[in-house]
Design a protein around this ligand. Structure first.
Ligand code: UTP
Length: 295
């Protein structure tokens, strides 16, 4: 099975920085966000390759994963074996590229990877969001395996007054117990993009991890533009609901790290530096007086 990582967006919320540096390459603990996502995808049993959907305007992403023997040699000649190994590791990952040269939406980005999927189910992991413990997709796969290979998406609980910022699912909980507790499984009956609070069918939003049936690629091929004039992945998934079952698993939103805005990225970088014992003390020192601001 392959995993698709869409990374061809404009990153407007990080302009002007994203004029030259893709937001997917912003570092968290020395690794670009997209490498955290690639490693997460490859940790899922059965995933043997990652297809990054890139734009020709963002060649730095491809450069990052390309072999640089000269740099490795230079580092080794200076006895910096650890650094050389890190550089080499990133370039040895099974990553390939397809291109979306106009950001026409997430659905359109995913469709560009269709020829590489070989008609098999596939994962989609957004390129600006990662899950450090790599567990989310593994649990999604378990739910899929338990339901004849059905599509499965991850959903998290959002406060009622914030539903209008997200894609919200409707349906029924099929696992028993608290339907909003992590681990609860839903049979999806509906999906609504950015609903008004009174129209929201639940408080469960789609968090950016999808395990999808190959039929979604066929539906995307005929999917017209939707909200915002973009080809929406959720519109094709909605059409899939007429033909196939789809499940959702509730996850703890604290499992994932969203780096899609400057504040969110800064928070993730800070949190990760604090959580890592090898950087915590130096990070607090670097914060200086601002360390007192951390409650
Ligand atoms: P976002 O909406 O967060 O990314 O999409 P964006 O559009 O680049 O950011 P803003 O809104 O302008 O600030 C989530 C992921 O999907 C990719 C993005 O690169 C990002 O990693 N994406 C989005 C595509 O590959 N193509 C698209 O048409 C849209």
């Amino acid at each position: 099975m392959k995993a698709i990582i869409p990374a061809a967006g404009l990153g407007t919320r990080f302009l002007p920085a994203t004029k030259a540096v893709p937001k997917e390459l912003l570092p968290v603990q020395g690794l670009p966000v997209i490498q955290h996502v690639v490693e997460e995808a490859l940790a899922v049993e059965g995933v043997d390759g990652v297809v990054i959907v890139n734009s020709h305007d963002k060649p730095a992403i491809e450069d990052y994963f390309a072999k640089n023997g000269e740099l490795e040699e230079l580092l080794r000649s200076r006895n910096k074996e650890d650094l050389a190994a890190g550089v080499e590791h990133a370039t040895s990952l099974p990553v390939s590229f397809v291109y979306q040269d106009e950001p026409l939406g997430l659905g359109h980005a995913v469709l560009q990877a269709a020829p590489a999927m070989n008609g098999e189910p596939f994962l989609v992991l957004l390129g600006d969001y990662f899950v450090p413990d790599h567990e989310m997709c593994r649990r999604m796969k378990e739910v899929s395996d338990a339901h004849n290979g059905a599509s499965v998406i991850a959903v998290g609980v959002v406060p009622a007054d914030e539903v209008s910022r997200y894609g919200i699912i409707g349906g029924k909980c099929v696992s028993g117990g608290d339907p909003e507790a992590p681990g609860a499984v839903w049979l999806v009956g509906n999906m609504v993009e950015k609903p008004a609070p009174e129209d929201a069918p639940s408080h469960l939003f789609i968090v950016g991890r999808y395990l999808l049936s190959p039929r979604v690629m066929e539906l995307l091929a005929t999917q017209g533009p939707g909200a915002g004039g973009e080809v929406q992945l959720t519109d094709a998934m909605l059409r899939l609901l007429d033909e196939e079952e789809m499940y959702a698993i509730v996850v703890d939103v604290d499992e994932g790290r969203d780096t899609g805005t400057p504040a969110a990225w800064a928070g993730v970088a800070a949190r990760t530096a604090l959580e890592d014992p090898s950087t915590r003390a130096e990070f607090l020192e670097a914060l200086g007086a601002a360390a007192d601001l951390i409650r």
